[in-house]
Each structure stands twice: as structure tokens, then as C-alpha cells.
Design a protein around this ligand. Structure first.
Ligand SMILES: [Fe+2]
Length: 391
């Protein structure tokens, strides 16, 4: 057994947990930079209550920035430049994964004023971050990326065609307040796409070649919750309170497991597709979820039939409710393959072909992709079929 566990935020998880925001902020200072979504913050029923409880706690809102859509390096640099001379004790981020990712980058850059391009993996100038970041309190309002529990901020530049991370342990938020009730106003299409992102992150990290008993235990508890909550949350359009908690838990845990066990084929493709095309990350992951796992299962059965990953797939089938305990491995694997594909259809995740991706663009995507810690090395034909079957 050989594993490391990255630093975690202090986690406050419960319906209504947002009520601790004021006191949590005061533990780190009084002068905050508040980063929120634009339209998404306006949709949030609790927005006036949140601003009110910050004011009642004596918090000084010295600056506010809005992030709409998936953030670019330019957006992050603009916020840092605008706030560089401001006296800020901590950053508070309230929003979806895009907002939290942008806020992590801003918190990590404000002490130096550096451009994020100094640090961006693969495309940046390779500078080593000195570990100085402003404290960050993350409040997710969607359930998908688990960004509140991980150490990277993902940024996209569609002109350059990249989607890359600024990654450093100091970017892990000090505190994450996960209040499932904040999901109540999430549009149904976002519940579906973000939920598939979280589910895929859990499956990929559970099946990863770098998984450990530590991450397996966490991932399985969360896969079981996603099995109970994802479809009911979508069907109830966010109304089902128990389902909100299940999916918020699944998302938060997926951030922990991906940070400690890595990811597989779906996310190996999602980065390049999201860099080349303006398609939301959750939609990319959701649309690939069924086919990627079907192809993985087929490849494992034909080339590595004694793989532990196949046994893990049987357990996934039980946790997601596709298989009964004790049914034969072959039948169970068939059910998992079909079950995930059926969920993608049921949740109405669009095909890539309706979003601008064509067979002609496939080689460009594949050139920039890698399989990360997928449980089996897929052939080029298998890897490419994950995308082409969803065009
Ligand atoms: Fe993801």
C-alpha cells in the first residue's frame, strides 16, 4: 500500500450549512473579495440572505468580481490586476465549478500579482509557485466538479485551444461549505451534466491505476449516493431534498478522490474537447460517460479478463442499482455497460455532433488527449470510438 493524501479543506456539509459562512469568514479576517457567478448568483434564492449574514457578521465586502462561463487566463489576470492594491484578508467564492476554479487561481496569484500564465500546466512558463495564497472559503452552488475539495483551477482559452490547470496544494480552500439546499435552483440541464461529471470523476478515480484503499472507500460511498440521488434529483428538477444531499456529497467526494487517485479516459478527452470547442465540461463528460465505460469493459474482458477493474465494475453496478448482489460477473458487466448508456440518454445529455464536433475534428482531439490513469490502455481505435460514437 502506498499513497499520499492531499490537504483537505475543513468541510461543513449539511442542508442549511450556509448559515456558518459569517463566522467562518471571521476566523480568517474581515475584508473579503467576493467572487460569484453572474447570472447564476442572481438565480440563487439565498443570495440576499448570504449578503445579509456576511454584513451581520461584520464582514467588509471590499471588492466583488463576477465570473460568467468557464474562466480564461485573461479573466483571472484581470481580477488580480484590479484587486492587487486592495487590502484583502481572504477570498470567498460562491458559485459553480467555474467560479470556484477562478477564485482558487485569484487567491493563489494575489500575493505576487503574477499572471496565471506563469504557472499553467503544459502551456505556461513553468514558474514554481511559492505557496503563498490568500485563504479561500468555497461555497459550491452546483454539484459536479468537486472543485471545493481539490487543489487545481481549470482555465480555458478557446483561441489557443487549451484547457489547463493551475495546480498547487496551497490552492486547496481552507474551508468548504457544502449546502445541498443551494442546488434547489439549479436548472435541470445543469443537474444532469454536472451530475454526470461528478459520477464520472468517481468512477474514473475508483477504477484508476493509482487508486488506494483510502480513495476506494470514499469513492464507493459516493457512487452509492449518486446511485440513489442523481436520477431523482434530475426528475424532481432539484426539489428532492434527499437527492440534493446525495448528489452534493457525490460531487464533493469526487473532488477528493480525483485529487488523490487521478482520472481516466473521459477526463483525458474532456480537457482537449473543452479547449477546442465551447462546450460545458459537464456536458462533455456526461456525453462520453456511457461509451467510455462500455469500451473499457469490453477491452478489459477481451485483453485482461482477470483484471481487478472488472470486479470493481461489478461493485459499481451494485452501488448504482444496475445489478443485484450475487449475479454472475458476465451478466453484471452487461448491465453496467447498458445502465450507464441508458442514464446518459435518460438525462438527455446532448451528442457532441449537435455542439460543433465532427468526425473531421477527431484527430485534432486525439492528438491532444491522453488516457491518464485508465484501468486498461485502450487502442487508438477504442479511444477514438469513445468520441466518434457520441458525434
Ligand atoms: Fe470533471
Amino acid at each position: 500500500m502506498n499513497f499520499q493524501v492531499a490537504r483537505l479543506p475543513a468541510l461543513h456539509f449539511s442542508p442549511g450549512a450556509i448559515s456558518v459562512l459569517g463566522e467562518q469568514v471571521c476566523e480568517w479576517g474581515q475584508r473579503i473579495l467576493l467572487i460569484t457567478g453572474a447570472a447564476s448568483f442572481e438565480l440563487l434564492d439565498q443570495r440576499f440572505g448570504i449578503l445579509d449574514l456576511l454584513q451581520r457578521a461584520g464582514v467588509v465586502l471590499v471588492a466583488r468580481a463576477e465570473v460568467s462561463g468557464e474562466p480564461s487566463p485573461t479573466v483571472v489576470d484581470q481580477i488580480v490586476t484590479a484587486q492587487r492594491g486592495t487590502e484583502i484578508d481572504l477570498v470567498v467564492a460562491i458559485g459553480g465549478g467555474s467560479v470556484l476554479d477562478a477564485a482558487k487561481c485569484v487567491a493563489g496569484l494575489l500575493p505576487t500579482g503574477d499572471s496565471v500564465m506563469e504557472y499553467l500546466e503544459g502551456v505556461g512558463r513553468g514558474k514554481v509557485h511559492d505557496g503563498r495564497s490568500l485563504p479561500l472559503i468555497a461555497v459550491p452552488t452546483t454539484a459536479g466538479t468537486g472543485s471545493e475539495a481539490s487543489m487545481n483551477g481549470v482555465l480555458v482559452d478557446h483561441q489557443q485551444g487549451f484547457k489547463k490547470s493551475f495546480r498547487h496544494p496551497s490552492l486547496v480552500p481552507q474551508v468548504a461549505i457544502v449546502d445541498p439546499d443551494l442546488l434547489a435552483t439549479s436548472p435541470q440541464s445543469l443537474i444532469a451534466a454536472n451530475g454526470c461529471d461528478a459520477l464520472s470523476q468517481l468512477l474514473e478515480s475508483y477504477l484508476s491505476t493509482k487508486a488506494s484503499p483510502f480513495t476506494d472507500g470514499l469513492a464507493l460511498s459516493a457512487i452509492e449516493q449518486m446511485g440513489q440521488g442523481l436520477i431523482p434529483l434530475w426528475e424532481s428538477a432539484g426539489e428532492d431534498a434527499a437527492a440534493r444531499s446525495a448528489v452534493a456529497y457525490g460531487s464533493m467526494v469526487s473532488g477528493i478522490t480525483l485529487a488523490n487517485a487521478g482520472l481516466g479516459a473521459v477526463h483525458g478527452l474532456a480537457g482537449p474537447i473543452g479547449g477546442l470547442f465551447p462546450i460545458a465540461h459537464g456536458v462533455v463528460c456526461g456525453t462520453l460517460l456511457g461509451e467510455a465505460n462500455r469500451i473499457n469493459i469490453d477491452a478489459l474482458r477481451s485483453r485482461d479478463p482477470s483484471s481487478g477493474a472488472l470486479k470493481k465494475y461489478v461493485i459499481i453496478g451494485e452501488k448504482l442499482g444496475f445489478c443485484e448482489a450475487g449475479m454472475g460477473e458476465d451478466a453484471a458487466l452487461d448491465r453496467v455497460s447498458a445502465g450507464l448508456i441508458e442514464w446518459v440518454e435518460r438525462l438527455q445529455i446532448p451528442r457532441l455532433g449537435t455542439l460543433g464536433v465532427s468526425q473531421a475534428g477527431l484527430s485534432d482531439i486525439l492528438q491532444r488527449s491522453d488516457q491518464k490513469a485508465n484501468p486498461i490502455t485502450l487502442t487508438e481505435a477504442e479511444f477514438s470510438a469513445i468520441v466518434s460514437r457520441r458525434i
